[in-house]
Design a protein around this ligand. Sequence first.
Ligand SMILES: *[C@@H]1O[C@H](CO)[C@@H](O)[C@H](O)[C@H]1NC(C)=O
Ligand SMILES: *[C@@H]1O[C@H](CO)[C@@H](O)[C@H](O)[C@H]1NC(C)=O
Ligand SMILES: *[C@@H]1O[C@H](CO)[C@@H](O)[C@H](O)[C@H]1NC(C)=O
Ligand SMILES: *[C@@H]1O[C@H](CO)[C@@H](O)[C@H](O)[C@H]1NC(C)=O
Ligand SMILES: *[C@@H]1O[C@H](CO)[C@@H](O)[C@H](O)[C@H]1NC(C)=O
Ligand SMILES: *[C@@H]1O[C@H](CO)[C@@H](O)[C@H](O)[C@H]1NC(C)=O
Length: 200
Amino acid sequence: ACQAMLASLVLLLGLPLALAAEPPTCAPLIPVTFNNATVPGILGQWVYIGGASKYKPHLAELEAVKHAVFSFSPGSHEDELNATETMRVNETCVTKNTTKIHIFRHNSTLVHVDDQVSSMAELIQSDKDLFILKHLNNNFLSLSLSARTPNVSKEHLEEFKAHLHCLGFGEEEIFFTSEKEACPLPGEKTGEGSAEQQLE
Ligand SMILES: *[C@@H]1O[C@H](CO)[C@@H](O)[C@H](O)[C@H]1NC(C)=O
Ligand SMILES: *[C@@H]1O[C@H](CO)[C@@H](O)[C@H](O)[C@H]1NC(C)=O
Ligand SMILES: *[C@@H]1O[C@H](CO)[C@@H](O)[C@H](O)[C@H]1NC(C)=O
Ligand SMILES: *[C@@H]1O[C@H](CO)[C@@H](O)[C@H](O)[C@H]1NC(C)=O
Ligand SMILES: *[C@@H]1O[C@H](CO)[C@@H](O)[C@H](O)[C@H]1NC(C)=O
Ligand SMILES: *[C@@H]1O[C@H](CO)[C@@H](O)[C@H](O)[C@H]1NC(C)=O
């Protein structure tokens, strides 16, 4: 109501628009426009950095994921990816190596079908070394950030956090992972340093 009143006052007084108080606007989340380079560009390994959700059941999942690494490889056709993931859920390391991702290019959507559960997310345009997904569950927004390396740059991290705050996420709705919680990856040497990997 205040904004509307301000707008009408501005019109009435004929003030230059630049003087009006602009409501804060968040930079839009633009879905990736798929081209031939998009899928090759997301193949390989990603480290999940953090996420935020306004959907309570999803929030509980985000909170439980302490660390996650996932990897995409070509699937059996061009609109399918094979995915493997290794994550720490609470204290437990879990590896899934048989996940399939379906790609819907026309609406930038990735669909992850895992047994009975299917989840859908839009791939958001960003830096080539970042992987940002936007999920909508019953109109509740969730966002996740993954990167090629665990040491995501300060600028990228700050930008993501600023975006979350701009979208109205509170601190209690945002969870970041920690490299200290990394699980040994399948096939990784577990000889040296395995003592440190053991759980208390
Ligand atoms: C992209 O893919 C389309 C359809 O598969 C093909 O016709 C086109 O030549 C490709 N473009 C490039 C630059 O590879
Ligand atoms: C993708 O996974 C399927 C099994 O789910 C397998 O048959 C296929 O060979 C895999 N594709 C590649 C390119 O590894
Ligand atoms: C993780 O731990 C929390 C708190 O102890 C618990 O509420 C939650 O159910 C656990 N989640 C999973 C997936 O084990
Ligand atoms: C996937 O995991 C299962 C058991 O965890 C293992 O037997 C199988 O060899 C793995 N497949 C690949 C392609 O890594
Ligand atoms: C994208 O398209 C697929 C197939 O047409 C559809 O099932 C899905 O709901 C769409 N996703 C979004 C986010 O609109
Ligand atoms: C992260 O670490 C890798 C390997 O140590 C290094 O090549 C890269 O420049 C680092 N990236 C940032 C953003 O610090």
